[in-house]
Design a binder for this molecule. Structure first.
Ligand SMILES: Nc1nc2c(c(=O)[nH]1)N[C@H]1C(S)=C(S)[C@@H](COP(=O)(O)O)O[C@H]1N2
Ligand SMILES: [Mo]
Length: 365
């Protein structure tokens, strides 16, 4: 292990309002969001999918040399090439990924980190091998309590040096739908999305879907990696122990109607019939039950498109007859368990899980 750590005493960082810091702007340039108009695509073209990379995107010139180690509390430790993993039965699942920090930039006061507004979401057809097949090949010892997944990307956060890693309980890891993925929308993974191998955990916020995966380790105790226990916790107060962030909260977004002003992104719509289009999704495979649209505070039901997969967002449309004036258009989804989006931004210290309704200011002429 390296001994020298220049970041053990990081510069103090605190909540703030107003102007974005230089550090936030740098993160926003590295980690782009989806363009909201791209919500139109059932499957987000890979180049329009949002990105969240904590450290650097690894350079992997030779995928044939990649090995996934499966070890720890297993009966048979494995070292598998990508070709060996792909030779096992494959599945494709349409999955909506959303970053747990999506909407952080709208929380007040705001935690300085990746300052997402609303755009950290996308849907892909992910192709891979069920994780279960590989875990069964290795054989989990019966006292396995947790399974850790580590990528090759490495760096520091709050003075803690680590490779990006997360864990799943054996129950979830052995479910049919968690995949070891090699392709996104029928193409090899792009470098920034985890080439050559990543995990996809459908129904969970994106942090669980570890990219550049090179090690799986069965543990007899809960995993204590930085990204598992030091962040991705809901906290209202600094002294809170925190509630681990898991599955995606119900949410909807619309394609902002009309045309934008380049700088302010304010919208202009011509009077007359306007079709408002959007998407709605929830976590853990829970279906969307209802979407409503509000025009200046009056809510009406939107029409839902047919579902396109248990873990995929659902399209919706709303016919608005726009008349001259100033309007705030908002949308709100409810899932089949009755969870609905809050009207106000929920406070969380790290700015996680903001699923408040989206509001778009529109001028009709
Ligand atoms: N190895 C590794 N995996 C990772 C991350 C990372 O920084 N390193 N970021 C996670 C987070 S927070 C999210 S939201 C998703 C984003 O996936 P995408 O960039 O392919 O959209 O990847 C997750 N997997
Ligand atoms: Mo994320």
């Amino acid at each position: 292990m390296p001994t020298h750590n220049p970041f053990t005493n990081p510069a103090p960082r605190g909540h703030l309002d107003g102007d974005f810091l230089r550090e936030e702007v740098v993160l926003a340039n590295r980690n782009h969001g989806a363009l909201l108009e791209a919500l139109r695509h059932d499957v987000t073209p890979a180049g329009l999918h949002y990105l969240l990379n904590h450290f650097d995107v690894p350079y992997v010139p030779d995928a044939a040399a990649w090995r996934l180690a499966v070890g720890g509390n297993v009966i048979t430790p494995l070292s598998l090439s990508v070709a060996q993993i792909k030779a096992l039965p494959q599945r494709t699942l349409r999955v909506t990924l959303e970053c747990a920090g999506n909407g952080r930039g709208q929380v007040t006061p705001r935690w300085p980190s990746m300052p997402w507004m609303a755009e950290a979401v996308g849907t892909s057809d992910w192709t891979g091998t069920p994780l279960k097949s590989v875990l069964e090949m290795a054989g989990m010892q019966p006292d396995t309590a947790d399974i850790a997944f580590t990528g090759i990307d490495r760096g520091f956060d709050k003075g803690d040096e680590h490779a990006y890693g997360r864990s799943l309980t054996p129950g979830l890891a052995l479910s049919d739908d968690v995949l070891l993925v090699t392709a996104m929308n029928g193409q090899p993974l792009l470098p920034q999305h985890g080439f050559p191998l990543r995990l996809i955990v459908p129904g969970w916020y994106g942090m669980a879907s570890v990219k550049w995966l090179d090690r799986i380790e069965a543990l007899t105790r809960p995993y204590q990696g930085y990204q598992q226990v030091k962040t991705y916790m809901f906290k209202a107060r600094p002294e809170d122990r925190g509630v681990p962030i898991t599955t995606i909260r119900v949410k909807s977004l619309m394609v902002p109607p009309g045309m934008p002003d380049w700088y302010t992104r304010q919208r202009l719509v011509e009077a007359g019939p306007v079709m408002v289009f959007g998407r709605a999704w929830s976590g853990n495979g829970v279906p969307i039950a209802k979407v409503e649209v509000s025009v200046n505070g009056v809510w009406s039901a939107a029409r839902l498109d047919a579902p396109s997969g248990r873990y995929a967002w659902r399209g919706w449309t709303f016919d608005w007859v726009a008349t001259k004036g100033e309007f705030v258009v908002a949308c709100r989804a409810m899932d089949a368990e009755g969870a609905t989006q809050p009207l106000d931004v929920p406070f969380d210290r790290g700015g996680f899980g903001n699923n408040a309704v989206q509001r778009v200011q529109v001028t009709v002429r």
